[in-house]
Write a protein that binds this ligand. Structure first.
Ligand code: NAP
Length: 272
């Protein structure tokens, strides 16, 4: 806890992901707002950080000089320009964590002086509400202790897992893109109720709450999804009839295909 209390944290990029992560880590009260600094070219995103007591600057160099842990939170196509401009200020004491989709540890390490502590993290949109699912991968210069420190720091932002970089693309398919797959399912659930005569806005509210409640049960009950499904399934009842319709429609195979397609696309983008 003391380590987090003293940790100087910087964000290069002040967009939605930086904001969601900053908001999450500050909620824990272990990180001191005045130890956090964020940079961006424009002032557009500064007010929401200033409200939290976070320092703001237009200088990426200042972020690196004032921080030990630096999150790289710019769009992937800005990564090389940003790292080229700050690399002379990066020291062996720094921990650099990139959240840029598709930018590999190898690329990051090539853009920085050798032997540095570099990590990748892949967040997803619910990090904005501290209900994210994040996967961390450590570069060659990052120790297990650093991975543990990051896991501890980020845990108020949602689920944090540490794994090999090879899993990052699968995580992108499962969780980054998976958020959109769930939205399609939510839309379809509500459409079904509208077809059966329910007003659209009400159907959407109930679909959202159904997905939220089912997700919480799945996360917290410690049971396999098949077991939870079986518990809702009375023999000869409504759910059994509905599930048969879903299987006939190929929902399960289509979902596996969707995760596979998104993972393959993430791999392809990482090679470009
Ligand atoms: N959003 C997601 O669901 C998601 C999921 C996984 C990974 N990611 C990754 O997270 C990263 C950030 O995404 P985001 O959604 O937060 O993007 P965003 O909302 O568009 O924010 C990008 C930020 O970068 C700033 N910026 C642009 N050029 C810069 C430069 N040269 N130096 C410093 N800052 C600069 C922008 O400045 P201004 O404020 O002046 O515009 C903005 O604050 C991306 O690499 C993305 O791949 C995002």
């Amino acid at each position: 806890m003391d380590e987090l209390h003293q940790l100087k944290i910087g964000f290069i990029g002040a967009g939605n992901m930086a904001f969601g992560i900053a908001q999450g880590i500050l909620k824990s009260d272990e990180v001191v707002p005045s130890n956090v600094i964020v940079s961006a070219p424009s002032k557009n995103n500064f007010p929401r950080f200033q409200v939290m007591g976070v320092a703001v600057t237009h200088s990426n160099e200042e972020v690196v000089q004032r921080s030990r842990l630096v999150f790289l939170a710019v769009k992937p196509h800005f990564v090389s320009t940003v790292l080229n401009s700050v690399s002379k200020h990066v020291t062996p004491q720094h921990i650099l964590v990139s959240m840029a989709a598709g930018i590999t540890l190898e690329t990051l390490e090539q853009l920085l002086p050798g032997g540095l502590c570099v990590m990748r993290m892949m967040p997803n949109l619910p990090c904005m509400l501290q209900e994210g699912a994040m996967l961390l991968a450590c570069g060659a210069g990052a120790s297990q202790e650093t991975g543990a420190l990051l896991k501890n720091l980020l845990s108020p932002c949602g689920l944090v897992e540490v794994g090999p970089e090879a899993w990052i693309d699968a995580h992108t398919g499962l969780s980054g893109s998976g958020v959109a797959f769930v939205y399609v399912f939510a839309e379809a659930l509500a459409d079904g109720a509208v077809k059966m005569g329910m007003p659209c806005a009400l159907a959407q509210r109930i679909a959202a709450q159904t997905i939220l409640g089912a997700g919480l049960l799945l996360r917290d009950a410690g049971k396999h999804p098949a077991q939870l499904r079986a518990e809702v399934c009375t023999p000869g009842g409504t759910t059994a009839y509905g599930l048969h319709a879903l299987e006939k429609g190929g929902l399960r195979a289509a979902t596996v295909d969707a995760v596979e397609a998104a993972t393959e696309r993430a791999r392809e983008l990482g090679r470009k």
